[in-house]
Design a binder for this molecule. Structure first.
Ligand SMILES: C[S@@+](CC[C@H](N)C(=O)[O-])C[C@H]1O[C@@H](n2cnc3c(N)ncnc32)[C@H](O)[C@@H]1O
Length: 319
């Protein structure tokens, strides 16, 4: 059972291991919560999945903006708790990172199209639009489909098979337990707040992708990746190659469910592209990657690792 001390330790660990060196703001917030018995008591009254730092920090920023003195963070939260708590209870951490498309693109390009792409755990569906963004891979640039489209930087290794053209996508759809709607200001405001304060480049990338998505709204259906994938996949048009893909999602489900999902995709006869943290699919990630890049993602095709990738699409190193 979670105690006040164990919850305080979760916040201290978050400060040391996750925020330190990346977000001084969140580091200070986390230490502030760890020192506030009153706030820890309130958090302990919430369901266990609702006590975590990222959710509390985003909900607070969503409601009262960004308190600029991290050390007073708990006081700010306590004053506005009655407004912050409903946001914590109704929202979840579901960052949508369109930069991850840069890592998928070479893999999509290796599959003969036209493609039907189905993303599970799609959030707002921004990764369903890989052909609408441009990519600067360092050694080459693939221009966006629209001249006003954003260009995402992604450092590609020399071995990466960089495509010369965008994949031909005939059909696309996403699945999520809680889809966010690019047409809803409140949803997009929440999505932007999920980006950590110091991550300005991520925020710019997200805003640019949202603008594109508003004029090409991706379809994201409410559903669970085990229960609803088959039904959604059955809508893919005849004569297209079905690709089921996901990123930063399988860590939300149990290791048993991850295995069940792999079998499900195989039974559907689909191509399966997974871009997950090295720890999420340990059977897929070669031990060498785990050692060299413990914080990286691994891109795999049909259960075989094909690239090591930056968690936000910062780099792609073909294996
Ligand atoms: C961290 S977000 C990643 C979103 C997107 N894939 C990206 O990389 O930008 C994880 C998403 O997975 C969704 N999710 C978690 N468990 C799920 C499940 N069992 N079925 C469908 N979606 C799920 C969450 O609602 C959330 O939107």
């Amino acid at each position: 059972m979670m105690t006040m001390e164990s919850l305080a330790e979760i916040y201290r660990t978050f400060a040391k291991r996750e925020a330190s060196g990346i977000s001084p703001t969140y580091e200070a917030y986390a230490y502030s919560v760890a020192e506030s018995g009153t706030l820890l008591e309130l958090l302990l009254q919430l369901p266990s999945g609702k006590q975590q730092p990222n959710l509390l920090f985003a909900a607070t920023r969503h409601v009262i903006g960004l308190p600029d003195h991290g050390e007073d963070f708990s006081q700010h939260v306590l004053r506005a708790w009655e407004e912050i708590m409903p946001v914590v209870l109704s929202r979840s951490t579901q960052t949508n990172e369109p930069g991850r498309c840069a890592c998928f693109l070479p893999a999509f390009a290796q599959i003969e199209g036209p493609l039907s792409i189905l993303e599970v755990g799609a959030s707002a569906g921004l990764c369903l639009l890989p052909d609408l963004y441009g990519y600067d891979y360092g050694q080459s640039v693939l221009a966006p489909a629209r001249p006003d489209g954003p260009i995402f930087p992604c450092k590609a290794s020399a071995q990466t098979p960089l495509p010369q053209a965008h994949p031909q996508i005939a059909w696309r759809a996403g699945l999520d337990l809680n889809p966010l709607d690019v047409g809803k200001e409140e949803d997009m405001s929440w999505l932007k707040t999920l980006v950590w304060p110091e991550q300005k480049a991520r925020r710019t990338r997200l805003e640019a992708a949202i603008e594109i998505a508003k004029s090409h709204p991706p379809r994201v259906v409410t559903g669970d990746l085990i229960a609803q994938t088959e039904a959604l996949a059955s809508e893919a048009p005849y004569g297209t190659r079905l690709v089921i893909f996901h990123t930063a999602v399988l860590n939300y489900v149990s290791p048993e469910t991850r295995k069940e999902f792999a079998v499900l995709v195989k039974d559907l006869g689909a191509e399966w592209l997974a871009n997950e943290s090295v720890r999420t699919l340990p059977d897929v990630a070669p031990a060498s990657i785990l050692e060299a890049h413990p914080g990286a993602f691994v891109l795999s095709r049909n259960g075989r690792a094909i690239a090591c990738t930056g968690p936000h699409g910062q780099f792609v190193e073909w294996l």
